[in-house]
Design a protein around this ligand. Structure first.
Ligand code: FES
Ligand code: FES
Length: 209
């Protein structure tokens, strides 16, 4: 994904100390990103400069084409919340440790606080606002409600997106409790709703809660 854009997180972090910044990142069962692979090296000339001022960025947000001017150091989380006013995605730690800011990028759960906005150029981004359709909550959201899978709600947007990612990549498969636990391993819930989240996802997947 990062190679589509004119600037990559790797390129940014290399300049300011990658190891220190990423040391506190959450463990995750999620598919690795290019920036999760410290051994991956960019080819010379692979990255092109963007900025330093705002530059045009186009991507799809919840099925709708978006084009905006974004500075190269702005995260996807900030672009979503502050420029596009999609505030369903929450900012809690803002450093990749809690999962509250999780969105789907081409169907894969990612921390939007650790993703530069320009890294999603041409990608399909789904936020929690994209789950409901026609004013009706999605099957997963309805299962969250039925199973009391939220209390204060700080973690809920990110938790939903991690679970939605799981449902999309395992569509038609029978899920086990461990599958859900692995999918939400990077989502912290201070209210301790984990058992209810697991029950909700199993219900939404058609299994027994
Ligand atoms: S706000 Fe992004 S991981 Fe916590
Ligand atoms: S519902 Fe409160 S942090 Fe998860």
């Amino acid at each position: 994904m990062s190679d589509r854009a004119g600037i990559t997180r790797r390129g940014l972090f290399r300049g300011i100390g990658t190891a220190g910044l990423l040391a506190g990142c959450k463990p995750s069962e999620r598919p690795p990103t290019t920036t999760d692979d410290p051994g991956a090296a960019a080819s010379p000339g692979e990255e092109t400069a963007v900025g330093p001022g705002p530059a045009p960025l186009s991507f799809t947000l919840n099925g709708e084409a978006k084009t905006l001017e974004v500075a190269p150091n702005i995260t996807l989380l900030a672009a979503l919340r502050e420029q596009l006013r999609f505030t369903g995605t929450k900012v809690v730690c803002d450093r990749g440790a809690c999962g509250a800011c999780t969105v789907l990028i081409d169907g894969v759960p990612r921390n939007s606080c650790m993703t530069l906005a320009h890294d999603v150029a041409g990608a399909a981004v789904t936020t929690v606002e994209g789950l409901a359709s026609g004013g009706k909550l999605s099957v997963l959201q309805q299962a969250f409600v039925r199973n009391d899978a939220l209390q204060c709600g700080f973690c809920t947007s990110g938790m939903l997106m991690s679970c939605q990612g799981l449902l999309e990549r395992t569509r038609g498969q029978k899920l086990a409790r461990e599958d859900v636990e692995a999918a939400i391993a990077g989502n912290l819930c201070r209210c301790g709703t984990y058992p209810n989240v697991v029950a909700a996802v199993l219900e939404a997947a058609g299994g027994s809660a």
